[in-house]
Design a protein around this ligand. Sequence first.
Ligand SMILES: Cc1ncc(C[n+]2csc(CCOP(=O)(O)OP(=O)(O)O)c2C)c(N)n1
Length: 273
Amino acid sequence: MTLLQTINSPVDLRRLQIDQLQDVADEVRQYILETMARVGGHTGASLGAVELAVALHYAFDTPHDRLVWDVGHQTYVHKILTGRRAGMPRLRMYGGIAGFPRREESEYDTFGTAHSSTSISAALGMAVAARQLGDDRRVVAIIGDGAMTAGMAFEALNNAGAMDANLLVILNDNDMSISENVGALNNYLARLMSGRFYAAARPRSPTVRCAPGCATSPGCPARAPSQYPGSSDTAAGRCSPTTGRWPTSTAGAPNRNLAAARRAARSASRTRT
Ligand SMILES: Cc1ncc(C[n+]2csc(CCOP(=O)(O)OP(=O)(O)O)c2C)c(N)n1
């Protein structure tokens, strides 16, 4: 039996060790390739979100926490991990599952959408509603570099920045849209990705799991080690479950590196302009 066959919901995924997640991602990728070769679909877009979907369902307490996928055809991995693996061979067929998220289809589909550029405003609405209700729900918008170019996404960012809502926006930049991406934003992101900030921050990323204060939130691996047995954050002295802070002995390491990376990025952008 493959690992993937044991995952019928994100709860099963969250029982795994962190170092098993890459195997899950590889199996999902293979499953998509095999299935889509037979039935057809938006294969490429979902292949660009395999690790991301696995990581998000592992780190967040879905469906309580809300994942809002911007481009609905990126959600094949999300569908496979949320109990719809067996339905994939009938994707987009009469009586089968939809090629996009549908709220009627699953409690994990938080927003019925095709594409594009609506995720940030939808997620902002959910985050503000959660705050009004005193709910500790976390909300994540996942938006591609293509969808990010639309005015609606910028309106939503502008609004979100002024509302102090608990909202995470993930920019999934794969340098592609309907076809290869063009335009000033694309050029800017390419500069950012090839710049010194990214180069300096990237080697640190495998060790950065919890942000300072993260242990105060319900999905924090350090806060719920039994739910996330693969997490070694507490053991490694990173995110403290009691204070939610990085312990002094090691706190400096990631933060100092990020600070250095930011300084490098600032000086790099000064030299470029
Ligand atoms: C309101 C609106 N604007 C633009 C489009 C065209 N459109 C469809 S998908 C998409 C973005 C796809 O690129 P990306 O978000 O990077 O996702 P990927 O396809 O790479 O997974 C765009 C701009 C649209 N369908 N609707």
